[in-house]
Design a protein around this ligand. Sequence first.
Ligand code: SAH
Ligand code: TYD
Length: 366
Amino acid sequence: MVQLTELVDPDKLFHDDYAYFSSISTRMAEHFWQYAEWVREKYTAAADPLVIEVGSNDGIMLRNFANAGVRHVGVEPSANVAQAAREQGINTLCEFFNEQTARQICDEYGQADAVLGANVICHIPDLHSIFAGLDVLLKPTGVFVFEEPYLGDIVEKTSYDQIYDEHVFYFSLHSVSALARRHGMELIDVLPQSVHGGSMRYVIARQGSHRPSASVAEILNREIDKGLAEAATFVRLSERINASRDALVNLLQELRGQGKRVAGYGATSKSTTVTNFCGIGPDLVEFISDTTPGKQGKLSPGVHIPIVPYDHFTESRPDVALLFAWNHASEILANEAAFRAGGGQFVVYVPEVRILDDKTAYRHAG
Ligand code: SAH
Ligand code: TYD
């Protein structure tokens, strides 16, 4: 298991002023529609099924179940995003998911056909409490489906910017499989996803209740081939991370030396890791534009680059956009055709530092 050893109190991270509203991205809305359809087809054949989502945020996934009339409960501790979901008629419990809330839900609604999650299980320090909760909450044939940024992609793309306080764990099949087994469960399916820079969807069920698909063994073997269970792989990763930092700082200094104005695109959590690790401040990046109202008018953590509304990006016409939200690249590059046609350039640093030209596609797009 690759994980952080220094943890921030969850109450300080997830509260009534949580900055990330999932529905900000249309690409992700489409992804969650597909995710929900897939779950409905495969795992909710029973009469009057019950679906629970851990970390349901503003309802980006559950609205698909609500619209289809499926019984559902979202468990979402951040009150502002939970409220946004409730306003759309999505049944939401404003609590942290753990063994205790699982019992509470089970008492009120009965056992679930599917417990879902996305980009949330890696945020929860007490994984054993989640699994104890699943043991209470899942029907004998129920499934736990969750997807998170995948360790294999982080290593392959040197996407070290996934490493920050909210992300306690960087899962591989090996770690998830071992965790499930400790709780009498097993991995029954696994599906790579392109979102968030490369994610993995895991399907877990009670041991022996489903026949595991061939892809579980296949991807477990692939992890061994790629050295994901060996320390030397991570030593090499740290060397590539240092080289990436040097290349990015050199390129930004060069661009500034040519008198170019550089703006950050997307005040992502990931950008906090990059700017602080590389020492990139307002001298190199003038501002960061972001569409989230709650981030605008603030300073980026640590290095204090001003965060401004998107209008400022279009009006002030920087020469270069440093793509901090690279996981949304396909959506952003499609929207920014005019910026590029007018001579604007995008700089990326995953999987390597470079200026994007028009001829080569950026394939790491979410
Ligand atoms: N699933 C959404 C949101 C991901 S952000 C998406 O993929 O877009 C992570 C969310 O998990 C936040 O809304 C946060 O408040 C919530 N969260 C954090 N800890 C949690 C816990 N213990 N139980 C349930 N939700 C949690
Ligand atoms: P996110 O994908 O959550 O990354 P992280 O998990 O690292 O925080 O955040 C994307 C951010 O980018 C979010 O603050 C919204 C912003 N954004 C834009 O400003 N413009 C866009 O077109 C898109 C898609 C996102």
